[in-house]
Design a binder for this molecule. Structure first.
Ligand code: BTN
Length: 239
């Protein structure tokens, strides 16, 4: 089982950038960077991640011995780890929006930014960054699409409590992923699929696919049906 070595910072630009810097310097698997605030928090697709004090911002260095092409499903697996931690601690039921958003009550409560470090064609590390809205007030422009644990949870969830549950959950899901790949967590992911049966538009980076979401495969790809044809999308973003 992975063991964590947690580095705590009051403020940093981005915990992912700090973890990446440490990984380049040889920091081992299980190194975790947690910051109380981020001044340049990053989301996927180059978006900013609003990072006010009161929420959880952490990045974990993983060094799985897998090919770079096998790394993408780690991100949805880590989304599941977040959902399981919320379900245990809050306790609330959480949903997953492929590839790796976590939702509660139909609104986004957490996001995962997974970045691979590749050297000479081999995967040297994966930085898994997680932003989880715990108690900070949401900016008004996000109020409709995002939420926080303090808004949703039936009890007062302390940040330290959810952080501890999250690290345990990451260790558990990662161990299962290393043993059996995404297939080992597929059923649990599928049971929380927020997109199942909905109409989606996905930017794969090379094209835009439109159709009905038909769940995810045992390899973590999104299945989309259009004109009676099923397409499997390995990496992409819902538009
Ligand atoms: C997304 O949904 O777009 C992913 C958001 C990921 C945000 C986290 S906060 C901790 C880590 N550091 C960053 O700069 N980003 C991730």
């Amino acid at each position: 089982m992975i063991r964590f070595d947690v580095h705590r910072l009051d403020e940093v630009g981005s915990t992912n950038d700090e973890a990446k810097r440490m990984a380049h310097e040889g920091a081992p698997e299980g190194t975790v960077v947690v910051a109380a605030r981020q001044t340049a928090g990053r989301g996927r697709r180059g978006r900013a991640w609003v990072s006010a004090e009161g929420n959880l911002f952490l990045s974990v260095i993983l060094r799985p011995r897998i090919a770079p092409a096998d790394a993408p499903p780690l991100a949805p697996a880590m989304g599941l780890a977040v959902a399981l931690a919320i379900e245990e601690v809050a306790p609330l039921s959480a949903e997953l929006k492929w590839p790796n958003d976590v939702k509660v009550g139909g609104r986004k409560v957490a996001g995962v930014l997974s970045e691979s470090l590749v050297s000479a064609g081999a995967l040297s590390a994966v930085i898994v960054g997680i932003g989880l809205n715990v108690g900070a007030e949401l900016p008004p422009e996000l109020a409709e699409i995002a939420t926080t644990l303090s808004r949703e949870a039936v009890r007062n969830v302390r940040k330290g409590e959810i952080e501890e549950a999250l690290l345990k959950s990451i260790a558990d899901v990662y161990a299962r992923f290393l043993d059996g790949g995404f297939a080992a967590v597929h059923d649990e992911w599928q049971a929380r699929d927020a997109l199942l049966g909905t109409e989606v538009r996905i930017d794969t980076g090379t094209r835009v696919v439109t159709g009905t979401a038909r769940g995810i495969t045992a390899a973590g790809a999104l299945r989309v049906e259009s004109a009676a044809t099923l397409t499997e999308i390995t990496t992409g973003e819902i538009l």
